[in-house]
Design a protein around this ligand. Structure first.
Ligand code: SAM
Length: 471
């Protein structure tokens, strides 16, 4: 029954296989010899199977758990260095016909105002985001074929890419909208999107159907097979995720890795990113109503185990998490974070953070400038780079770059140049001072002399007013 190459959701995310995996992991949670051999295998950087990774997640041996965390940190440094890519969500519309029990945009919620940005409002939001310094957005919308048809989403993407305010520029638009048809995915691809992101919410079919009682999202197979349709439509960067707290985390973890294995088996390329959202309070949503919430320690362990299981996949954490949790998660393998986020429709143009249409409460409420400075003070390089997809390095071509370890000659200088742009155009004087020092020190790490020399020239040109250099 279990077949990673199958195109049927219930065969590539096989319930029986997950149950057996969990039983196997439970039986071996103290099996030091097995766990040690899995850690050794993970050190080869070729990834782990869902079964092997599930054993690591179940492991109850403190010293071995410590080794997994150290390995996650090492893998993160080897593949991603100390760069952290920055992005912001942009909520376009909270009209939604679904009945998701965890989401305040569910159709039965009659007391929240429904809003959908006009193209003029999109423009104003994008200018506000550009003025913060953002270059990469993830657009978000509820599912509503009448109010938010694909044409509306495409219009918004067009508007977003067309705006160049001062030195501002949105260079990559990722899209987080409901599962759709191959034809619509093709249209999104033609509109120049970066990653198509769709959270599975839960891989447990029965829970999925319970949590999505009404609307098109109720269809588990249609939702779970969406990434295959996206790939068929030509989108080769797809982003997976589950909403932790809805189901047992060990079940979700195994399902998530099986989904990654499926994409690799069928399309020859795994997920571009994995997100790790946790259910948060929002309007009429009480996270306490879901009895599978996880502690911060388990949460970071999950991140470490994903990191060692799929070393080439980017990992995203949002402002659902606090500064403290984000600090720990960053070390364990996160490569992208949002900053200065507002999760309401039209939130960026408001003086005060509005709550009426918020999708969830934001824990990390710092400004982008504060997050950028904090990252640099913590030894990271905030990166506003969007080069890969603009140079056509998507799907397996990005993975090749990652695997060939050319990142230090490519992503690293790109990170420094986009950070320099940020410092010139948007940073506070304190952040700028910290950033200038960091860039000088980090230049030394570029191994190829020619690339280093060129980067220094580009940095000087950026200070003189030029923009948008990339390798
Ligand atoms: N409507 C689209 C769909 O159905 O996939 C995607 C956009 S939705 C705005 C983005 C994600 O927010 C959802 O996939 C869900 O995982 C997450 N979300 C919804 N309610 C949440 C809550 N109360 N706390 C945290 N995350 C939530």
């Amino acid at each position: 029954m279990y077949d990673p190459k199958s195109m049927k959701a219930e065969e590539f995310i096989c319930h029986e296989e997950i149950e057996e995996t969990l039983a196997y992991a439970q039986a071996h949670k103290n099996d030091r010899a097995l766990i040690t051999s899995i850690i050794e295998k993970a050190k080869e950087l070729k990834g782990l199977s869902h079964r092997e990774a599930s054993v690591l997640l179940a492991c109850e041996e403190d010293d071995l758990n410590e080794q997994v965390c150290e390995l996650a940190e090492q893998i993160k440094l080897d593949f991603y260095g100390n760069r952290i890519v920055m992005f912001a969500p942009l909520y376009l519309s909270n009209y939604c016909v679904n009945g998701c029990l965890y989401c305040p945009y569910h159709a039965k919620n009659k007391h929240i105002p429904r809003k959908k940005l006009t193209q003029e409002e999109v423009r104003a939001e994008v200018i506000a985001l550009q003025d913060m310094g953002h270059k990469r957005l993830a657009i978000e919308a509820g599912e509503d074929p009448v109010n938010n048809p694909i044409e509306y989403i495409l219009d918004c993407i067009k508007t977003i890419y067309s705006i160049h305010h001062k030195n501002g520029d949105i260079r990559r638009v990722n899209v987080n909208i409901a599962a759709t048809t191959v034809e619509n995915y093709r249209k999104l691809k033609e509109a120049g999107i970066g990653t198509y992101i769709l959270f599975q919410e839960t891989y447990h079919k029965e829970s999925y159907e319970h949590l999505h009682p009404t609307g098109p999202k109720h269809n588990y197979a249609y939702h779970t097979e969406a990434m295959d349709r996206a790939m068929e439509g030509g989108i080769d960067d797809v982003g997976l995720g589950v909403l932790f707290g809805l189901e047992l985390y060990r079940y979700e973890f195994a399902g998530l890795l099986m989904h990654a294995e499926h994409l690799e088996a069928v399309h020859g390329v795994g997920p571009h990113t994995i997100s790790v959202p946790r259910v948060k309070h929002a309007d009429d949503i009480d996270p306490g109503a879901f009895d599978n919430s996880i502690s911060d320690d388990i949460f970071t362990k999950i991140i470490a185990c994903i990191r060692v299981a799929v070393p080439y996949t980017g990992m995203i954490i949002s402002t659902r998490e606090s500064e403290e949790v984000r600090a720990k998660a960053l070390r364990m393998g996160i490569s992208q974070i949002s900053g200065g986020s507002r999760t309401s429709v039209g939130g960026y143009t408001e003086e005060e953070r509005p709550h009426d249409t918020e999708q969830f409460d934001v824990s990390d409420q710092r400004t982008l400038d504060e997050v950028v400075k904090w990252l640099m003070d913590s030894g990271f390089i905030p990166s506003f780079c969007t080069a890969c997809y603009r140079e056509g390095r998507t799907g397996d071509r990005f993975m090749q770059l990652c695997k060939s370890r050319q990142i230090l000659n490519c992503c690293h200088p790109n990170a420094l140049m986009t950070l320099q742009e940020y410092l010139e155009d948007y940073a506070s004087p304190e952040t700028k001072a910290v950033g200038e020092k960091l860039i000088t020190a980090e230049l030394e790490k570029i191994p190829n002399e020619k690339v280093r020399k060129l980067t220094i020239e580009h940095l000087a040109a950026i200070k003189e007013g030029s923009r948008d250099f990339r390798f």
